[in-house]
Design a protein around this ligand. Sequence first.
Ligand code: 2HG
Ligand code: ZN
Length: 474
Amino acid sequence: MTAPDLAALRDLLGPPGVLSAPADLERYLVDERRLYRGRAAAVLRPDSTHALATAVAWCHAHGVAMVPQGGNTGYCGGATPDESGQQVVISLERMTRVRRVDASAFALTVEAGATLASVQAAAHDAGLLFPLSMGSEGSAQIGGALSTNAGGLAVLRYGTARDLVLGLEVVLPDGRVWDGLRVLRKDNTGYDLKHCFIGAEGTLGIISAAVLKLFPAQSQRETAWLAVDDLAAACRVLAALRHRLGDAMTSFEYISGESLALVLANVPDTSAPQVVSPAHVLVEIAAGEGHGLRETFERALLALSDEGLVRDAVLAQNETQRRACWRLRETIPAAEKQLGGSVKHDVSVQIDRLPALERAARSAVLAHVPTARLSVYGHVGDGNLHFNVLAPADADPVPFKTAHAEAVSTLVHEAASVLDGSFSAEHGVGKLKRELLRDVEGPLAIELMRRLKQAFDPLGLMNPGKVLLPPDAP
Ligand code: 2HG
Ligand code: ZN
């Protein structure tokens, strides 16, 4: 790897396009969870696809490795440079334009650096809905969300990032631009190249723009906070509500009593919901005009409490109450961070196996560290649980994580694997889970992934060492 010639890059991108002063680089070198700290020769900030392609072509010609970075909100270190100081970070933060809104085609074309919140706002301004939503949506960028195939809070109804894409524009590792920005709902012309880049975490090319699917705005929305006995009851409620409400359900989020307690004790401006129990569910449903949504929902919840599945239920009466419910769910990661962070797991299994997963992981982890605190919550509607492990209340979290993270993660991932589940439902692989990917996916899958990498990036300059271990790794 050669050190890049910054003067040449400044000539190509202009002074705002190249950062190299240590203080300017700082925020690009550390990941959201502070798991990794890298170094970089520079941060490149192109402001157009042309500028991005020019920068990438230059790096390709000079053998400079590139690390694409969106909002830097990822959990697996996929956007952090290595420690060599010779890589460049390529930030998409200046590429934020909404290029087109095709309201009658229910589509929007946007550059990769736009935040999810700004894409939602652009869709809203056109009287439509862009449903990808998550706690980090104010900083997470659409390019990063697509590159990690992010999930979030409305996957149950609208799918993950992958499901929301009609077309992509990608700068390939040699600087050529693949223009796949089609506004087509149906297009069976050969291999579907866009899906190679979605979820590839910037290892095959840099997504520079995307055509996203929009949906009809939902004029009616109802949110309920439910108290249930446990995760098994929550899963039964999910199935029952799906039968009764059909596709109206947009979110079905599980919040254990343990996670709720962490939030109430550590996050400002939160107060206990009217109904508290060992386990809770936040359900949101939405529909267009004329569906009598609230009555249907109330009837369904009443029936479930008659059956003994729901202990208690409170419907939000206004937007303030709705926001208060969501705050209790969305700030769980912030509460964990406040306590020094957690050993995080992002596991999924088929939905009816979630209770078995939780039981197995809980007993294995507590057998290993009986005093650990657990924070179990997540997107139960998608079979996806965040099974997070925190240091005991009186222990320092740093030595706790150093001593136990590896063993605890092995136990949780084994519990998922035995149930034919995944060790990364929505957060990707990055640097953190490369060994797991190699060990779990098996040699054939890894061989195919390596061939794909070789086909798109023969020089290995695009986000090297992410997702796949370096070829010479033991
Ligand atoms: C969420 O669902 C995010 O809130 C973060 O995926 C999960 O912090 C976590 O473990
Ligand atoms: Zn999540």
